[in-house]
Design a protein around this ligand. Structure first.
Ligand code: CMC
Length: 391
């Protein structure tokens, strides 16, 4: 009843107003609070971008120091949470662990589940940004059978994460500044992306008044899919499968074949019909990092050649399919030492700030209502019940 439009995939429906992130997909522009992603990736830090997304302005030196100190104070997780991990099989996908453990935070931090109090919402946001790296690192350490490494708050956000992930309690861990800088930039590139599927999921879950930890767990679940955050894992697996430059045409032909479900992973985007500006920075970062670490990876050559071939093919030109942020991120993450299963976890870690910023914006919006899409009913019309012995 009542008029409404049928819009599968919400390609033309704005479900909210937002002042956080702006995308012009035709021009390949991405701005956070008005600042271009290229400038932020080159000149700022992930902590600064977190502050910007949450507060709307870049921080002064004092504000940044205070904010980093606040995040640092929340990096530990309740000690009992470690028992949670032990309930998972060692070979569990770390995204499965993330969904479960992040959702479980609501059972440990009851005060932060009061979403009517703006101060509690802020504390919940800080807790999430601070604790997700700890949980992500624990998920990794658990999968390789090594002990959990506690946070060390004298390190940077990113340095601390690297140490918790790759360090062990028996030896000192030296944070490699090249890796730390690259990782920080990858986090910036993934920090927010307006109303993508996982952010919309967080908003929809939050619109019912659900607590923030449960909402972020819902976002993580949505991000896991290969059409969204799971694409970085799928893209690197695809590049490995292709293996050598001479096999690329075969895969391009498959991607173009309507009868073959295969797609070039890391290619195409709902909004960008031009080069994804994040992919530009990512490609340049891969080049720098492989160079600085002295690593040669044949998979990077396959990626460069695949991009070149696809971008000169009429199919990809006509459909405006360009590499997206996930096309190159896997190359760099594996050079740093992450297994493919951790790629989407890193995306979730970095996107947490975007999710909480958008969640906060929604809860503070006086026009906010519970999200409740309509449907076009295509089922049977009303009919009489037939008892089972007559069917
Ligand atoms: N390879 C081959 N063909 C493609 C691809 C691709 N990667 N992406 C889209 N197409 C074709 C598609 O077959 C369709 O053709 P036709 O019009 O003839 O039916 C046309 O392009 C439009 O595609 P769509 O699926 O209707 O577009 P969408 O906006 O619903 O999907 C997408 C966007 C990102 C899900 C899709 O491009 C895709 O599946 N890409 C591969 C997965 C990927 O890299 N995802 C990461 C997205 S960026 C990071 C993130 O958001 O998490």
């Amino acid at each position: 009843t009542g008029a409404f439009t049928y819009d599968p995939g919400f390609t033309s429906t704005a479900a909210c107003q937002s002042a956080i992130t702006y995308i012009d997909g035709d021009e390949g522009v991405l701005l956070h609070r008005g600042y271009a992603i290229g400038d932020l990736a080159e000149k700022s830090s992930y902590m600064e971008v977190c502050y910007l997304l949450l507060n709307g302005e870049l921080p002064s030196k004092d504000e940044l120091a205070k904010f980093s100190g606040t995040i640092t104070r929340h990096t530990m997780v309740h000690d009992q949470m470690s028992s949670f991990f032990r309930g998972f099989r060692r070979d569990a996908h770390p995204m499965a662990i993330m969904c479960g453990v992040v959702g479980a935070l609501s059972a440990f931090y009851h005060d932060s589940t009061d979403i009517t109090d703006p101060n509690q919402r802020l504390i919940a946001s800080h807790r999430l940004i601070a604790k997700i790296p700890t949980i992500a690192a624990m998920a990794y350490q658990y999968s390789v059978g090594r002990p959990f490494v506690y946070p060390q708050n004298s390190l940077s956000y990113t340095g601390n994460f690297l140490r918790m992930t790759f360090g062990n309690p028996a030896e000192p861990y030296e944070v490699n500044p090249i890796v730390e800088k690259a990782m920080d930039r990858i986090f910036i590139l993934h920090a927010d992306h307006e109303q993508n599927a996982s952010t919309s999921t967080v908003r929809l879950a939050g619109s019912s008044g659900a607590n923030p930890f449960a909402c972020i767990a819902a976002g993580i679940a949505c991000l896991w899919g290969p059409a969204h955050g799971g694409a970085n894992e799928a893209a690197l697996n695809m590049l490995h499968e292709i293996g050598t430059v001479d096999r690329i045409p075969e895969y391009i032909a498959r991607a173009k074949d309507k009868d073959d479900p295969f797609r070039l992973m890391g290619f195409g985007h709902r909004v960008y019909k031009n080069y994804d500006p994040r992919a530009t920075v990512m490609q340049q970062t891969v080049r720098e990092v492989l160079g600085e670490l002295g690593v040669t990876d044949p998979v990077f050559d396959v990626a460069i050649a695949l991009e070149e071939m696809a971008l000169s093919d009429p199919y990809f030109i006509e459909k405006k399919l360009f590499p997206n942020v996930d096309f190159y991120s896997g190359v760099i993450l594996s050079a740093i030492g992450f297994p493919t299963t951790m790629f989407t976890v890193l995306f979730a870690l970095a996107r947490t700030v975007g999710w909480v910023a958008q969640w906060n914006e929604m809860i503070s919006d006086p026009e906010q209502k519970i999200g409740r899409p309509r449907q076009l009913y295509t089922g049977a019309t009303a009919r009489d019940y037939v008892s089972i012995d007559k069917r």
